[in-house]
Design a protein around this ligand. Structure first.
Ligand code: GLU
Length: 447
């Protein structure tokens, strides 16, 4: 018995039509796994691979709400409970107009491996809605969140499924969702993570994803003989929660971040984003809902509308926004400009062509499911604290986070080092994340 990748993928595509992002995420994992499972044939038994690419449950529901003009709006909500072999389903909610079932299946699949890599007992899930929060009032967002939770509450719980934030779901949305859940079930429990500090949130959760990416990238640079962040020029493609804390930690480690962006364009900051800039940037979208262009105007930097940060020469590129935001041409540009390492802060931001280009060029490439796992890792710690009804200090949380990111890096090195010494972090993350989930599934029988 051996795994035929093309045949396997033909079945996945036929069974999941019109879900190209899901196909892309599965194909990447299955390609990484092929040599490993062929050498360890127990993983080809019990229909394990066929089961692991099939979500355990997909819930789709109507989300009706009334806008400020009294008009009824209808969105579609989802929760994809992908894999619960190693713990309750865990993963964020994404509210964005381009959200489809296929998007959330790709994200739930990725989350399964990411969560396993953290070493914490969390299964994989993802959810969200095709809701566009841009231009909506706080009251509209509240009514939407309440309607969304009026259905979701039946399917989630602290030992069942614990959602969190993702694109379009931040502190404000988590607060509204938590309030509605509590009202409906009449229990005060850790059903969501990323909560505010006054109602069960964890210190360090806000910083966790960005800091975690910086810690992971630091390990990548050092392990590959590239030094540290000291003196390095870095480009990123966001400026939200992940981007701001990533910049903060890169600055602390001696690097210089020369771009920040939003979906509409990027700002070039040749002298590097400073702590003062960060004080302006942190609430820019999260509180004031203003575009990145306003940052350029405020400080007199150049705003490049409709363009991507990857045209700026850098040592390290860190895509920070959304899936497939960095394509084969961007990869060529980055390589021609001498990029030394690429690490993903977002989920699957590099296209297949881009990943292949980086790996073919033998530069270290850190995939999102390894590099950005710090966010969900601290979510796992928030769950632990909620269960204990106790709070750790920020230092305790960030210490644990550093341990988790080092552990993930070591797992990638263990499973991804090739005969010529090149560390293929994609293979390392996919195999490393797979083993624990697969062993748990084999132990639990055909369920
Ligand atoms: N949405 C984040 C992710 O992609 C965080 C998920 C969580 O904290 O549950 O990992």
């Amino acid at each position: 018995m051996s795994l035929d990748v093309s045949k396997f993928m033909e079945n996945v595509v036929a069974k999941n039509p019109a879900e190209p992002e899901f196909h892309q995420a599965v194909e990447e994992v299955i390609k990484s796994l092929a040599p490993f499972v062929n050498a360890n044939p127990k993983y080809l038994e019990q229909g394990l691979l066929e089961r692991i690419v099939e979500p355990e449950r997909v819930i789709s529901f109507r989300v009706p709400w009334v806008d400020d003009n009294g008009q009824v709006q209808v969105n579609r909500g989802y929760r994809v409970q992908f894999n619960g072999a190693i713990g309750p389903y865990k993963g964020g909610l994404r509210f964005a107009p381009n959200v489809t079932q296929g998007t959330l299946k790709f994200l739930g699949f990725e989350q399964t491996f990411k969560n396993s890599l953290t070493g914490l007992p969390m299964g994989g899930g993802k959810g969200g809605a095709d809701f566009n929060g841009i231009g909506k009032s706080d009251a509209e967002v509240m009514r939407f969140c309440q309607s969304f939770m009026s259905e979701l509450y039946r399917h989630v719980g602290p030992d069942t499924d614990v959602p969190a934030g993702d694109i379009g779901v931040g502190a404000r949305e988590i607060g509204f969702l938590f309030g509605q859940y509590k009202k409906l079930v009449n229990r005060y429990e850790g059903v969501l993570t990323g909560k505010g500090l006054t109602y069960g949130g964890s210190l360090g959760r806000t910083e966790a994803t960005g800091y975690g990416v910086a810690y992971f990238t630091d390990h990548v640079l050092q392990k590959n003989g590239l030094g540290t962040f000291e003196g390095k020029t870095v480009t990123i493609s966001g400026a939200g929660n992940v981007g701001c804390y990533l910049i903060e930690k890169i600055n602390a480690m001696g690097g210089k971040v020369v771009t920040v962006a939003d979906p509409f364009g990027y700002v070039y900051v040749p002298t590097g984003v400073t702590a003062e800039h960060l004080e302006f940037l942190k609430p820019l979208w999260a509180v004031y809902r203003r575009p990145i262009k306003d940052f350029a105007t405020e400080y007199g930097f150049e705003y490049r509308e409709g363009r991507r940060a990857w045209e700026v020469p850098c040592d390290v590129a860190i895509p920070t926004a959304c899936q497939n935001e960095l394509d084969g041409n961007d990869a060529k540009t980055l390589l021609a400009n001498g990029v030394k390492a690429v690490v993903e802060a977002a989920n699957m931001p590099s296209t297949k062509e881009a990943v292949d280009a980086f790996v073919d060029a033998k530069i270290p490439f850190g995939p999102g499911k390894a590099a950005n796992a710090g966010g969900v890792a601290v979510s796992g710690m928030e769950m632990s604290q909620n269960s204990m009804r106790y709070n750790w200090t920020k230092e305790e949380v960030l210490d644990k986070l550093q341990g988790v990111m080092l552990g993930i890096h070591n797992t990638c090195v263990e499973h991804g080092t090739k005969e010529d010494g090149y560390i293929n972090y994609v293979d390392g993350a996919n195999i490393g994340g797979f083993v624990k989930v697969a062993d748990a599934m084999l132990a639990q029988g055909i369920v």
